[in-house]
Design a protein around this ligand. Structure first.
Ligand code: GDP
Ligand code: IMO
Ligand code: MG
Length: 420
């Protein structure tokens, strides 16, 4: 039982990158198990902010191994760009990072298909990050994908041409302009760079490391409410973002899982389309966006903001088997006279605690209103010094979810983290 999982309980961007980085010293291995360059994980130390898309957030720690697992979809062009921005020498990165042979590749034409599909969706646009995620996972599921292991084979270029030709013929059905050469820029250089890294059957590696008593932290991407099965389908991503995804995305058994750290913002945000019952389309929502700098780390889009949604949080706790809660961006809630928390929904006047199947159900949130606090908490280092009303807010969440809030984050920096 040596794997802990850290994952998002809301619609992504909960602050996973910051906490994985902060927890990394306590682990030997950090492993990504799903998603791809749609993720944008920010972390900050020594006053420098880094945004990671594909590379696990343990990469800045010397002596730690980072694994890109089989469940990830990898775009070599993004990989190359990201490697160049880390500020860590390549020979050191080669020691710290291993990539699964079985991770699927995002081809330039997957990005184009993503854009073409979105363009044709009209009102039903998902708000995809357009990184090629959906088409790459589609090819994986339909058994048409190319995997990282294929790049080591002599016929790789022929395989690439075959796959690209199939995608181009699909694209003929869409009246969509694109420049394949532009999209291919950096992609083949990325392939050559990938070949310099360890490419292995990481399911064996990770199980060997576990048998040797090493501690592994699995890093989720996106959030539970964007899960392919349990999110507000079709406004979801194309992978299983929940804890079960760590088993299929790394090749580990459920028996090896110890803690499931569920990370949530003290309020809610969502970027892209889809239901968001507690969304605030008013000056309070605008204030949360401004104070919280709520703009996407991958696309720069403004994030939709709203109050904390407990039915959604409890759903996420249930689906993931969360053992500890981590509350992020608590500093952003300072300065409100009262703070609202949605405790249930009303649909057609009837109370409903479950997340509706139907995206058009438009559940009306039922709120509890708690007294706010005004203190700037960003420099606080210990739990007992937090304002009394913030502690009451945390108590309320603990009672409602039945779980302890073991970490309170009060700023974007590595050290602005209060452990309990
Ligand atoms: P991730 O995708 O879950 O890793 O989260 P993102 O990096 O996309 O978004 C979280 C944003 O909030 C980033 O800009 C972080 O630097 C920032 N952040 C994380 N924790 C805190 C916090 O406790 N307070 C504040 N003010 N910002 C935070
Ligand atoms: P991190 O890991 C927030 C959203 C997109 C869109 C939907 C589908 O940083 O928390 P996709 O590109 O996967 O086809 O987009 O999912 N989305 C995210 N929202 N954080 C993310 O990742 C996201 N990754 C995808 O905005 O609504
Ligand atoms: Mg993010």
């Amino acid at each position: 039982m040596n794997i802990d999982i850290l994952l998002g309980l809301q619609w992504g961007d909960e602050g996973k990158g910051k906490i994985v980085d902060a927890l990394s010293p306590a682990y030997d291995v950090v492993a990504r198990f799903q998603g791809g360059p749609n993720a944008g994980h920010s972390l900050e130390f020594n006053d420098v902010k880094h945004v990671l898309h594909l590379i696990p957030s343990g990469i800045f720690h010397q002596g730690k191994l980072n694994i890109i697992g089989n469940g990830v979809v990898l775009d070599p062009a993004v990989f190359k760009k990201e490697i160049a921005t880390l500020g860590v020498p390549l020979d050191e990165l080669i020691k710290r990072l291993v990539i699964s042979t079985r991770a699927h590749l995002i081809l330039p034409t997957h990005r184009i298909l993503d854009a073409a599909y979105e363009n044709y969706k009209g009102n039903l646009k998902i708000g995809s990050t357009l990184k090629g995620i959906g088409p790459a996972y589609t090819d994986k599921a339909s058994r048409n994908g190319l995997r990282v292991g294929n790049i080591l084979q002599d016929n790789f270029k022929a395989l690439y041409n075959e796959h690209t030709a199939a995608h181009l013929s699909l694209l003929k059905n869409y009246n969509f302009e694109f420049d394949l050469r532009e999209h291919e820029k950096g992609w083949f250089e990325g392939i050559e760079l990938l070949k310099k890294f360890r490419i292995e059957n990481t399911e064996y590696l990770i199980n060997r490391l576990l048998s040797d008593g090493m501690k592994v932290l699995a890093e989720g991407a996106q959030g539970t409410m964007l899960d392919l099965d349990f999110g507000s389908y079709p406004f979801v991503t194309s992978s299983n973002t929940i804890s079960a995804g760590a088993c299929t995305g790394l090749g580990i058994s459920p028996k090896s899982i110890k803690e499931v750290f569920g990370i949530f913002k003290a309020y809610c945000t969502r970027v892209g389309s889809g239901p968001f019952p507690t969304e605030l389309n008013d000056e309070t929502g605008e204030l949360l966006r401004k104070k919280g700098c709520e703009y996407g780390a991958t696309t720069g889009r403004p994030r939709r903001c709203g109050w904390l949604d407990l039915p959604a949080l409890k759903y996420a706790v249930m689906l993931n088997g969360v053992t500890q809660l981590f509350m992020m961006k608590s500093d952003i809630l300072s300065g409100f006279r009262t703070v609202k928390v949605c405790t249930s929904y009303k649909v057609d006047g009837k109370e409903q605690k479950e997340i509706p199947f139907d995206n058009n159900a438009a559940p009306e949130p039922v709120y509890a209103e708690l007294e706010g606090w005004y203190e700037d908490i960003s420099a606080i280092k210990d739990f007992k010094s937090l304002p009394a009303n913030l502690k009451k807010y945390i108590d309320f969440i603990e009672i409602q979810t039945g779980l302890p809030v073991k970490l309170v984050s009060v700023g974007p920096g590595r050290t602005s983290t209060i452990f309990r």
